[in-house]
Write a new protein. Structure first.
Length: 399
């Protein structure tokens, strides 16, 4: 990828971070096969210290790994997952002994800490934390700190939302900023969503609470509104909305390649996604390669879903040597040079301020002038009642 232009490199990547359920299954299988080889002991021949991380595959930048290995005389291994719940289950199944670092987003780092899966991370050993936008560290962003305590349990990496990518020539501007777009009969047959039930229920949970006027009511957990902690009444409204939406959809997509084809063909006019497809098609429009005109609504009128993905150090790291190396890895990944490459070569929005290092088109499409939006987005979390959510989705599927 190093020899390609930034735009060519971006177009060549497939934004699969949260796209294919099947990929997660494959990654799980690969992870357990790899585990059996015992990757985290010193190599008998070379006595090389090995560092292992578990995260989203897009972040496995081989040039970064090679540079870090050469710099510190170590071996770095990577394992992959498709979503937080998969990573959580891996760690609970013994993965803290297999992986030294783990990635997570939203509220998940706090859950890892509560369950004893990650240990405190020392920001004094991460000098590059000074380059992070204030919006992504305490006191502005508190989810990196253990709940009810002072220990930092994760370090920020990249950020974004699960917003709506909208065809500006096909969808009326007056309709384009509201979650009601996704249940608007005017666009029947040209709407799409992913096949993942958690994002679908959480997004409709925001609209349901808005419709019912319950967003500011006392919540079941005594905390501010969270679309992953819904009342039974709100879940009933979610089900109603999703059943209505079902009749308006062209398709529920399982992978981003499918959605990209539908967006480019203008068969789909609006769909939630991670904004990676928006960027790819938007760059083609700017370069005169397509007439398709899209915008990405990061924060709909009623509210939206967001995430800050992070690095955490697992409780399996016991030695001071390995703990020091884990901190060095996080600091290395947060360097401005490396984060600028993440922005242009992978297309994810870094939490580090690299605006003076990348082309303006990336600053705009990565929303790097809008980092304050993260405060207004509901962060990813685990459903408070998985059984109820699964029943809602089952009812929608059967309707």
């Amino acid at each position: 990828m190093k020899n390609k232009s930034h735009e060519t490199a971006l177009a060549a990547r497939r934004f699969t971070r949260r796209s294919v359920v099947q990929a997660g299954i494959a990654a799980t299988a690969a992870g357990f096969t790899w585990k059996a080889t015992g990757p985290f002991v010193r190599d008998a021949a070379a006595a090389t210290l090995q560092l292992s991380w578990l995260g989203w595959e897009e972040y496995n930048v081989k040039s970064f790994t090679a540079e870090f290995e050469k710099l510190h005389g170590v071996k770095v291994n990577a394992g992959f997952f498709d979503g937080n719940s998969e990573a959580y289950n891996k760690l609970r199944g013994g993965g803290t002994e297999d992986f030294d670092l783990v990635m997570a987003d939203g509220f998940w780092p706090r859950l890892y800490a509560r369950k004893g899966l990650v240990q405190p991370i020392n920001y004094e050993k991460i000098p590059n934390i000074k380059n992070v936008f204030p919006d992504f560290v305490p006191p502005d962003y508190t989810l990196l700190r253990e709940e009810g305590g002072d220990h930092m349990v994760a370090c920020p990496n990249c950020w974004g939302g699960y917003g709506m990518t909208v065809n500006t020539k096909r969808v009326d501007a007056a309709d384009s900023e509201s979650l009601n777009l996704m249940v608007n009969e005017k666009y029947k047959g040209h709407l799409s969503t992913s096949a993942r039930f958690e994002e679908n229920i959480a997004m409709m949970g925001i609209l349901a609470a808005h419709n019912l006027g319950t967003m500011n009511d006392p919540r079941p957990d005594g905390k501010p509104f969270n679309p992953y902690v819904l009342t039974d009444t709100e879940l009933e409204e979610v089900k109603r909305l999703l059943i209505k939406q079902k009749g308006l959809l062209l398709v529920r997509w399982n992978d981003n390649d499918t959605l990209e084809r539908l967006l480019r063909a203008e068969a789909v006019w609006a769909s939630p996604e991670w904004s990676g497809l928006y960027r790819r098609i938007r760059f083609d429009e700017l370069d005169g390669k397509t007439d398709v005109s899209l915008k990405h609504v990061l924060k709909p009128t009623e509210g939206g879903l967001g995430w800050v993905d992070t690095w955490g150090i697992t409780t399996g790291v016991k030695s001071s040597e390995k703990l020091e190396l884990a901190h060095k890895w996080v600091d290395f990944r947060l360097s401005r040079d490396n984060m600028a490459k993440i922005a242009t070569d992978i297309g994810w929005s870094p939490t580090v301020d690299v605006r003076d290092m990348i082309p303006q088109r990336y600053v705009e499409t990565l929303f790097l002038n809008q980092t304050g939006s993260i405060k207004e987005l509901h962060q990813f979390d685990a459903p408070s009642s998985p059984e109820k959510w699964e029943q809602v989705w089952s009812d929608v599927e059967a309707a």
